[in-house]
Write a protein that binds this ligand. Sequence first.
Ligand code: FAD
Length: 299
Amino acid sequence: MMAAESMSGLRGELKTDEPMSAHTSWRVGGPADRCYRPADLDDLRQFLAGLPPQEQLVWVGLGSNLLIRDGGIRGTVILPFGGLDTLEQLGDYRIRVGAGVSCAKVARFAARAGLTGAEFLAGIPGTMGGALAMNAGAFGGETWSLVRSVETLGHRGELHSRVRDAYQVSYRTVTGPKNEWFVSTELQLQPGDTDSAQARIRSLLGKRSATQPTQLPSCGSVFRNPPNDFSARLIESCGLKGEQIGNAQVSEKHANFIVNLGDAKAADIEALIRYVQDRVQQEHGIRLEPEVRIIGEFV
Ligand SMILES: Cc1cc2nc3c(=O)[nH]c(=O)nc-3n(C[C@H](O)[C@H](O)[C@H](O)COP(=O)(O)OP(=O)(O)OC[C@H]3O[C@@H](n4cnc5c(N)ncnc54)[C@H](O)[C@@H]3O)c2cc1C
């Protein structure tokens, strides 16, 4: 895939035929041709510059919003978690966060620094890069309401600085410059105090474990909420809680979650997603749209 000379000097970890089930929170997904976990930003830029221009690239954070099919991914997967790990406090209540830092860590860091605004990130089990891509949000907070600027990489490793206004942002949707991926962001927080930020984090996490099936592999909410309604309400009203295809099940605890009861296949989960969509459409005339991103090859 890469010329030997462009591999030399790389400090990250390259794997071939890597099962993506090891990198998704649903614990499903076939092999990726190649997976690269960079040592840091410079290392990633060098790696990308050495790839063939046509190479298909897929960035995977913690795979907590991804259904990767059982046939896996033809191309190269970039795994920023752990590599793009900048986390620092700047002046004026701002912090800089690498795309590979977990959202939970960002929430704890901000709270310890006596800043408020990032507490909602505590329960989002992804990376900052995934949160930027998805405009992840919870309990009234949304990622892009904090963003001042981002840094991105292009396909060949070109580094760009982008202001917030380069992106159109709405509910779980972000559009901006094409063929670029997030490597860091500067977030604007507000002055607060450590004790109350930590108390808020504890309270939000408590609410989550009371209402969500956090003990079983899932991808969080499967469907976006339609305007003025809730996907969970619509699914539950069709009597679909507990519905199962293979070992994929509509959660008994939260109807907008699909859980992996054991060794579910991606195909089981995808079939259950389609089944739920069809049933809700038949009974309510509303086509639910998946929030989770479905990618990869069928077997
Ligand atoms: C138990 C549970 C609870 C959840 N609760 C919430 C919630 O309250 N609110 C919420 O919004 N979500 C929630 N989610 C969904 C998920 O955690 C978020 O969407 C999260 O932001 C995904 O981050 P990730 O790093 O896992 O991204 P991934 O799932 O790895 O990727 C998601 C998408 O982002 C892209 N991407 C990843 N990194 C980058 C990057 N650096 N640059 C560009 N694109 C990138 C991927 O290619 C993919 O298209 C939950 C999930 C689970 C399992």
